[in-house]
Design a protein around this ligand. Sequence first.
Ligand code: FEO
Ligand code: CA
Ligand code: CA
Ligand code: CA
Length: 595
Amino acid sequence: IAADSGSLDRFAFDEITHGVDTTHHVADGYNADILIRWGDPLFAEAPTFDPHDQSADAQERQFGYNNDYVGFVPLEGRFDHGLLVVNHEYTNEELMFPGLPGPLDAHDFSGMTREMVEIEKAAHGVSVVEVKREGGRWRYIQGGRYNRRITPRSTEIAIAGPVAGHDRVKTDADPDGRTVIGTLNNCAGGVTPWGTILTCEENFHGYFLGDAESHPEKDKLERYGVPGHSYAWGDFDRRFDISREPNEPNRFGWVVEIDPMDPQSTPVKRTALGRFKHEGAASMLTEDGRLVVYMGDDQRFDYVYKFVSRDVVNHADPAANRDLLDHGTLYVARFDEDGNVDWLPLEHGDGPLTEENGFASQADVLIDTRLAADALGATPMDRPEDVEGNPATGDVYIMLTNNTERTESQVDAANPREDNTFGHIVEIITDGQHTATQNRWEVLVQCGNPADGEVGAMWNPATSDDGWFAAPDNCAVDARGRLWVTTDQGGSWSKTGTADGVWALETEGERRGTGKMFFRVPVGAEMCGPCFTPDDTAFFVAVQHPAADGIEAFEGHDGRSSFENPATRWPDFHDGMPPRPSLVSITRKGGGTIG
Ligand code: FEO
Ligand code: CA
Ligand code: CA
Ligand code: CA
């Protein structure tokens, strides 16, 4: 496909325009339907959503808040019927609960009660939900037999791999160091070739309170920003207070594997993939049939990683891959000025990763992955968000969302702009050599407005005034090997004048680096999830935190978006109903493939 694209526009849709208003927009000729919203009941007996009378037990039976990653798993090989596995990354109290004045300041949790904290926990985690296309439109099935909620309130999750049972993950509640309640701040993810879902624990530091000064691992905590003091949880639940449960933070920051086809199964934290602020996990097959998982650590000046499994994937027997992610080698990336990326193995005993340097075993190397990668001299990047592989070309795309703290002296070839407000995308050119310890890399685009010389943007000149974007966050590669990028500008959308959305981005031929706008979110939201069915006839996108970000720049609103006075009541637009993070299913009117 790729080699023949030449100068043809492979994206056959008329693009929409930049802008911001209270609702969503999609290119002409497509339906964009609300598929499922925060609070929609997942089980036959689950209560109807009532935002004025919430309970944690009800929320545990309902779709969670702030949908981020979306994965599709076909049922019986069908592409019009399957399971969506959806991350619920975090919660916005001021938009969820009546009576709060506006966004909570870190350290000030007055107004939060024990029950509100329990509702928040129940709104985090993961949903598995059955979906089906009928009469051209998708709907979710309440009471579907695979429907499931996984939450940090009540779901047992196993710890597997080199860290399982280690002293540093033992707690009062889990003296064996092998079982954690829940998964937290699940951002992006990925699907494995055997049909399980990898969900990634990102900003786990924010849930912890307590005193770092007297903590036995003070320096190690600091590298991860623990305690982050963003949530009240530690005031009501001792395990989120590091003064009382010092090892609990070591039990988060992992990639978690879920089998969506078995609602009784125990999800598993796969410690061989390292502990950091995991954004996503993109699986590809290596040239010799093993698995490679590409991953980003989303913080300013953090790193890009890959894990290569020891064993080959068994395609005939999915169950045989049960422990595949427990054995293999984790590498961190060093990008040089000549377009090479070196993959440095994180193996105990190699180079600086020794007991004298604080790494007594492979478990230490993995719990302290960031410190180990620091010691190896990995390249600090501009916030590595989602990473996605292209099976058609072997290329791997890395969304580098922004880094306004990079100074002139810190600029390098792979992070070419100081004060990088708008982000860029790096492409790793593997030629299918995913086990190699060296590949090539290139910058695909430098984001922001190409008409503003100060910005230093780099796009194909074929890109229109609406085709450029800023702050790439998530991405998807469709069945035809084409890249689609979604954005998260946070509060700085006013610097581009457009809300976040979905852009198609050409990666091949003469139009390489040409963007084209396909979908736009309502004010204050970011765009997550992008997920195609394997036949490209449906495109699922996740509208996260409508009415939350940058509202002070939104004309006609006073800038304190809250439950009572939100900047938009998308998607219901009913008085008294707050904005609701929701999944949107996009289909072509009359049927056919997307784009
Ligand atoms: Fe949760 Fe890095 O975005
Ligand atoms: Ca993200
Ligand atoms: Ca993705
Ligand atoms: Ca985001």
